[in-house]
Design a protein around this ligand. Sequence first.
Ligand code: HDE
Length: 682
Amino acid sequence: MSDKRRVNQSSKEEQLDKFTVDDQGKDLTTNQGLKVSEDEFSLKAGERGPTLMEDFHFREKMTHFDHERIPERIVHARGYAAHGEFEVYESMKEYTKAGFLQDPNKKTPVFVRFSTVAGSRGSGELARDARGFSTKFYTEEGNYDLVGNNIPVFFIQDAIKFPDLVHALKPEPHNEMPQAASAHDTFWDFIANNQESAHMIMWAMSDRAIPRSFRMMEGFGVHTFRFVNEEGRAHFVKFHWKPVLGTHSVVWDEAQKLNGKDPDFHRRDLWEAIENGDYPEYELGVQILAEEDEFKFDFDILDPTKLWPEEDIPVKRIGKMTLNRNVDNVFAETEQVAFHPGHVVPGIDFSNDPLLQGRLFSYTDTQLIRLGGPNFHELPINRPVCPFHNNQRDGYGRQTINKGPVSYHQNSLANNTPRPVSEAEGGYKHYQEKMEGHKVRARSQSFEDHFSQATLFWNSMSETEKGHIIQAFSFELGKVKSKSVQQQVVDMFGHVSNRLATTVAEAIGATPPQVEDSGVTKASAALSQLNTKMKPATRKVAVLIDHDFDESVVNPVLENLKDVGAQPEFVSGKLGMVKGSNGKEIEINHTLLTADSVLFDAIYIVGPFNENSTFYKQTLPFVKEAYTHFKPIGATEEGKSILISNQIEQGQGVIYGLEQKEFSEKFIDAISAHRHWDRQVV
Ligand code: HDE
């Protein structure tokens, strides 16, 4: 058992321990347990002769290797996960009987996988894309999966269109380009011809699609679900995850550079935070709606292209999830975990959202091909922590040894066991919603307004965020080759905002839209990231430093940064130690060859600089790039020359020339602000 595991012992940890093996220090054997005496040379007929068939060790080793890969997920292939726990703040008894939402003293183990949607398993993590946010709660009543995204709405209203959407989004089949990108003809052709996507596209073109960190993004269950209480009374519910660090993003130029400098940027960020003990935290929020209020809104609550404005239906924060342990093995855990929105527990039920209804089929189906058969629930990461018994048998890779002759229901030989359990004893009972209607292939009229909430989103953005959305559209459509598709998209978004569509039309050489926008004037403050929490904690600060740095100034600043949880990392011309003016030694973490400004949240320019040195010459563009990405920059008296050479000393969020205490305060404020959008870009 590893040390990190001891910190967080839970029923799920104990279960995983039984399957966890440490090979270190052990003898090498075959899979049959036979000790192996030689693992470098195959068995040959003579030293220079052919390899022999009877070399079972070679055959076993090679065969296993040949079969190491499984199909990647058709969507959400690139993902990363961690273990943690969830605690509810107070009993939710009034609304739901779900066991894990009753007792504030109970900790429920969770496993969370974050992902991008479009890219392959090896793609860069900073793609402009929605992020998956899937949580498996290992409750005492069975596994509950909340399989959400970091965007609260979706592209389409009916699951039957999902294969079309994904075909259009994925690399084009004739040349398999572009990877992990929506900036191409088929995607935008789909959008223009399936205009229910308008609202989701507004989110996908916004900063939400390029998060700074998995730790700094919201999660949403997207669909309307149902809470059902002990008395059988139901409420509609929407689920939210609210990150304790706030919701923050990078800028698009930075995202593209990060994909080259560190395509693992998001997983590394999550992994390192957990290894450092900076456990990511998210509050679970719910919007609750009485059944009788179902028709009180100007949108249909079953329509997954609509959100419930938080100002109209407040988000009640009901608990907290903490991610506190990295996986031991990415394949066994992250890759083999199988989520399914249909994994529910008593007290949680579905709505008739036609997108959700289709998902309830797709997820098990996909695991059958991906994980190779119907026994994927036996994989350690997927096993519930409560017992499970039924008459399902056999299939590829079956591990359970079910005893006895009886594997059918009803029976007398085993006293009709395993037996169905009444609702009172915890048996799941579907909510008895009254249904009537004709069998039709149709979209409800109440799903036909595609633009009002897209405009609501646009209205809710700050000027900076609107600018980013315009840039994103101009980038994406700028990559589209078909003039007709470009024009169709401009015309479509004319319904959302004339200003948006006209500015984009100008940027891409299309004709401004000739349509009226939706006329919606409402805005929702909760949608703008400028209204999120601003904190310096876990922000990475590149300290550009060299020998003879002024310790009396620098040491207290470094202490102040650490006190608020910011993380200084030292960058210099060479690796090794640098010595301060009073002899203090600091170990350098990066050179300007191994680091880049895009890997940091803030820059502290210390120096001193020798103007002829390579370090100085490389520092100038490093700082300038951070400036153009609106990042906070602090400088010592010696570092000031870099600001002046780059002509950025007047910029917002550029801090220098103050006595130490005031400098620290202002610099920390600048770091908390995340980015300084009012800056003139040089
Ligand atoms: Fe998924 N989705 N999805 N999806 N989805 C999958 O299941 C599907 C949708 C989401 O980390 C697949 O195991 C259909 C909405 C996440 O392992 C597949 C439809 C939302 C993940 C599938 C949707 C999601 C998936 C592929 C339209 C946000 C990654 C691999 C009806 C609420 C889970 C897999 C993980 C994965 C089908 C739409 C979120 C093919 C048919 C809406 C986070 O089953």
